[in-house]
Design a protein around this ligand. Structure first.
Ligand code: SF4
Length: 334
């Protein structure tokens, strides 16, 4: 990605020490319950766009799905993989995936089980099935081209509001609110003035995100990517580095003295000992095997029979594993 020359008045070090002359930050809105998101967004948006986009021009990571050659399919694949999995783990799988299936039709021609196999250890493997289902639908309904229209994207199987908006914005430069975990955290802090957003996305957050969108389509697409990158690199969940932040002088949470989180307890990310871990172990055996696997072989991966059976049943009902006669199992062929 080519980084344009950075305007000197937008260097992060400058903005931390105070707003530019004659420009005051919007008032900190520390009580989200009484804050109208549209008003807050309109008041803050224009102050935030330029510094965040300028920062992005200088600091955006050079990731393969951001290169022009990735195309809409590359963007879509990355969006499926990046939900709940960090960039470092996604990168090698993404490269292999695109090398093997450079177009939706290439993936659609394979069995869903091959998608699950190639998904490897990215976790939450139902995403592989959904991506395969989307590739089939793109091939059948859109002659193999990822649609640009938001409604058509949303109508694809396995594609929700977030992914439709992300593909339309990142691949096609359209104006959509793209509200992922990182963006929600940046908005919660910079605009609403709280440490963390709610556990699940609320209508108020969506309203705020829409109010914050720049009017110009291309600027809006850049803003979506830039605010997401700011949350990923600077305004991180536990160690926000405000001294590197281009909007520190305008950040409502920082200006309010960084009040502690007083909302509901945040969800943990436990893995060891959970059904998720057992499912992962069972699926790893099936990914390695190229012929059906006997129940006895699966039984070796986990000591506790009730939990093991529950995990296997879950994989079957999710369509990730296909049971065969004679107590054999394999990745799904159809
Ligand atoms: S100033 Fe700190 S808390 Fe506020 S948006 Fe920037 S990094 Fe996040």
């Amino acid at each position: 990605m080519t980084a344009p020359t950075k305007p000197p008045h937008h260097s992060p070090a400058d903005t931390v020490s105070g707003p530019p002359a004659g420009e005051q930050p919007p008032a900190a809105t520390t009580d989200p319950a009484t804050t109208d998101p549209v008003t807050a967004g309109q008041a803050s948006g224009t102050h935030l766009h330029s510094p965040v986009i300028d920062w992005f021009d200088d600091h955006a990571r050079d990731l393969p799905w951001r290169r022009p050659e990735a195309g809409a399919w590359g963007v879509m694949v990355s969006e499926f993989m990046l939900q709940q999995t960090p960039v470092s783990r996604v990168l090698p799988v993404y490269e292999q995936w695109l090398a093997r299936w450079p177009r939706p039709a290439d993936l659609a021609a394979e069995s869903p089980g091959e998608a699950v196999r190639a998904w490897g250890r990215l976790g939450y493997p139902r995403r592989a099935l959904r991506l395969h289902g989307a590739a089939v639908a793109i091939t059948e309904r859109h002659a193999g081209d990822v649609p640009a229209d938001h409604a058509q994207l949303l109508a694809l199987p396995g594609i929700g509001e977030y992914t439709a908006a992300a593909v339309a914005s990142f691949a096609y430069g359209q104006r959509h609110a793209v509200l992922d975990t990182n963006v929600r955290r940046v908005f919660a802090r910079a605009v609403t003035g709280v440490r963390y957003p709610p556990n699940a996305t609320t209508a108020a957050e969506r309203k705020l995100a829409r109010a914050l969108l720049p009017e110009d389509e291309k600027v809006a697409a850049r803003w979506a990517a830039a605010s997401m990158e700011l949350g990923a690199l600077v305004c991180t969940a536990r160690n926000e580095t405000c001294h590197r932040c281009p909007i520190a002088a305008r950040c409502a949470w920082r200006l309010a003295g960084k009040p502690e989180h007083d909302g509901p307890a945040r969800r943990g990310q436990t893995y060891a000992g959970t059904d998720r871990q057992v499912r992962g172990k069972l699926l790893a055996v099936l990914r390695e095997a190229h012929t059906p696997v006997a129940q006895a072989e699966l039984d070796r991966v986990w000591h506790e029979p009730v939990q093991r059976a529950r995990a296997l049943d879950g994989l079957v009902s999710d369509g990730l594993v296909e049971p065969l006669a004679g107590g054999l199992y394999r990745l799904p062929l159809t």
